[in-house]
Design a protein around this ligand. Structure first.
Ligand code: ATP
Ligand code: MG
Length: 439
C-alpha cells in the first residue's frame, strides 16, 4: 500500500487536476485487467469537493453521509455505551449493591467528569434529557458519596430499555466502507469523497474540531487506505490543518508549484518547509517514545506491517517530490528552483534535503486541460504530449529507487529530464526527419 498526497496551499494551482490525471496515469501503468482494489482517488476537500462532478461519477454515499453516520451513530453509540455502564454502576452504588470503594465505580466516576457532551445529540435518544441533566450536575458531584444526590435522575432511566435501544443502535453504528467507495468502470479506478460541501453545516464544522470525532474519521480513512494498493489524496487549499496526523500516513508528498504565479510558488515553498518541520518533529518524538494520539496509532499500524527494523527507515524516507504546473518556459523552472534552494539555504536545510527533494514532473500550461476539465473528463489520453507528462509522474510514484533528479542536480539535468519524451516518439521524429532529407 502506498499513499500519495498532492498538496499546495494556494487555491487553483492544479492540485485536483493533477490528482485526477496522475491517478489515471497510475491506473494505466499498473493495469492488467480490472482490479477494484488497486487505486483509489480520495477527495479530501471537505469545503468544496469537486472530483465527483469533474468525473461525472456520483457515489451513493459520500463524506457528507459519512459525517452524519460518524456523528449521529458511531460517536453517539460510543458515548451512550459509556453512559450505560456509568448509570448502571451509579445505580448499583446508590441502591447499596456495591460499596463506595469499588474499582469499576471509580473508573466510571472518572468518565463521568471527563465525558465530552458537546457532540451528544440528546434529542435523538429516549433518555437524552436525563443524561444531559445527569452530566450537568457534574460540578456539584465532587466525591463518590455525592453520587447519591443523583438518585432522582438515575431512577428515571430504565436500564433494561436503555440496553435494548443500544443493541438496536449498534447494528447501524459503523459505516460500511464499501458503500462509500465507488469504482468507475470507464476509468478503472475508485473514488471516495464528497459531493456537497460538508463543512457548510454547522454541526459538521463543530465535529471536525473535536479530536474524538476526528479520530473516527481518520480511522475510517485508514481502513480504506489499507484496502488499496495505491491511494491518491487530493487535499484542499490551505492543507488539512485539522487532520495534521494524516501527514503521517502519507508515503509520498507531491508539492504542486504553479509556475504562472509567484505568490503560489512562495506558498508551495512554504509548504515544503512545513512538511519538513512536521516530519523532523515526528521523528524526534518517535525516537524519544513520545508519540501520542493518532501519531501513536499510526506507528503501531506500521509496526504491524513492516516490523520494527524497517519502521524508522520508512518514517525517515518519506518521499518528497515537486511537480511544476502551468509551465511555459524553462526559465520559470530555473527561477523557482533557485527560489526553493535559496529558501532552504536560509533555513540551513539545503544540504540536508537537497537529495531528498525529487523533481518528479512538469505539466505545461495547456488549453486542453482547461477544456477537458469543463467537459467533466480527464485530459489524460486526450493529448499525447500531456499524457506523457503524467506517465513520467506515475513512473516516479511507482519506482522504489529514485529515478528522477533531485534538487541537488543542476538545472540542465533537471530540465532535460522533465522534457523527456518516450523513445518511440523520438524514433518517429527521426524517421520523419530521415524521410524529409531523402525527399
Ligand atoms: N496546466 C494547466 N493548464 C491549463 N489549465 C490548468 C492547468 N492546471 C490546472 N488548470 C486549470 O486551473 C483550474 C484550477 O485547477 P484545480 O481545480 O486543479 O486547482 P486546485 O489547486 O485543485 O484548486 P482548489 O485549491 O480550489 O482545490 C482548473 O480550471 C484547471 O482546469
Ligand atoms: Mg482542488
Amino acid at each position: 500500500m502506498s499513499i500519495i498526497s498532492v498538496v499546495g496551499p494556494k487555491g487553483g494551482i492544479g492540485k485536483t487536476t493533477l490528482s485526477i490525471n496522475a491517478t489515471a496515469a497510475l491506473t494505466r501503468a499498473l493495469s492488467s485487467g480490472k482490479n477494484h482494489n488497486r487505486i483509489c482517488l480520495v477527495d479530501l476537500d471537505l469545503r468544496l469537493p469537486t472530483i465527483t462532478s469533474l468525473l461525472d461519477s456520483h457515489p451513493s454515499k459520500t463524506f457528507y453521509d459519512l459525517f452524519e453516520c460518524l456523528g449521529k451513530k458511531t460517536y453517539q453509540n460510543d458515548f451512550l455505551k459509556i453512559v450505560y455502564l456509568m448509570t448502571s454502576r451509579f445505580r448499583a452504588y446508590v441502591e447499596g449493591d456495591i460499596p463506595a470503594r469499588n474499582e469499576r465505580l471509580a473508573k466510571m466516576f472518572h468518565h463521568y467528569h471527563a465525558m465530552n457532551i458537546d457532540l451528544f445529540l440528546a434529542s435523538e435518544f429516549k433518555y437524552g434529557n436525563e443524561i444531559r441533566e445527569l452530566l450537568k450536575k457534574r460540578k456539584e458531584i465532587k466525591t463518590i458519596s455525592q453520587i447519591k444526590k443523583l438518585q432522582p435522575i438515575l431512577k428515571k432511566i430504565d436500564l433494561e430499555k436503555f440496553r435494548s435501544l443500544l443493541e438496536e443502535m449498534e447494528r447501524v453504528a459503523q459505516p460500511v466502507m464499501e458503500e462509500y467507495i465507488s469504482y468507475i468502470e470507464e476509468y478503472g479506478f475508485s473514488i471516495l469523497g464528497g459531493e456537497v460541501p460538508i463543512l457548510g453545516k454547522r454541526a459538521h464544522r463543530k465535529r471536525i474540531n473535536e479530536p474524538e470525532f476526528l479520530l473516527r474519521f481518520l480511522e475510517f480513512l485508514d481502513h480504506v487506505f489499507q484496502k488499496f494498493e495505491h491511494v491518491i489524496v487530493d487535499t484542499p487549499a490551505g492543507g488539512v490543518n485539522h487532520m495534521s496526523s494524516l501527514m503521517n500516513v502519507i508515503d509520498q508528498v507531491l508539492f504542486v508549484f504553479d509556475l504562472s504565479n509567484n505568490i503560489a510558488i512562495n506558498g508551495s515553498i512554504d509548504a515544503v518547509h512545513t512538511f519538513i518541520d512536521y516530519y523532523e518533529e515526528f521523528q524526534a518524538d518517535y525516537a524519544k517514545g513520545q508519540l501520542v494520539g493518532l501519531d501513536r496509532v499510526h506507528v503501531n499500524r506500521l509496526l504491524e506491517q513492516k516490523g520494527k527494523g524497517d519502521l524508522y527507515q520508512s518514517i525517515k524516507n518519506k518521499k518528497l517530490g515537486i511537480v511544476f504546473n502551468r509551465c511555459q518556459s524553462n526559465q520559470e523552472i530555473e527561477k523557482s528552483l533557485k527560489m526553493l534552494r535559496e529558501y532552504l539555504d536560509t533555513l540551513d536545510k539545503y544540504h540536508q534535503y537537497k537529495r531528498r527533494i525529487q523533481i518528479v514532473g512538469m505539466v505545461p500550461h495547456n488549453k486542453v486541460i482547461n477544456i477537458t476539465n469543463n467537459r467533466k473528463s480527464l485530459f489524460y489520453n486526450m493529448d499525447i504530449a500531456l499524457s506523457e507528462r503524467m506517465d513520467l509522474i506515475a513512473k516516479a510514484i511507482l519506482s522504489k529507487n529514485n529515478i528522477c533528479p533531485t534538487l541537488a542536480d543542476d538545472d540542465k539535468t533537471i530540465i532535460s529530464y522533465l522534457n523527456k519524451t518516450k523513445k518511440p516518439q523520438l524514433f518517429e521524429k527521426l524517421t520523419r526527419l530521415a524521410g524529409s532529407s531523402t525527399n
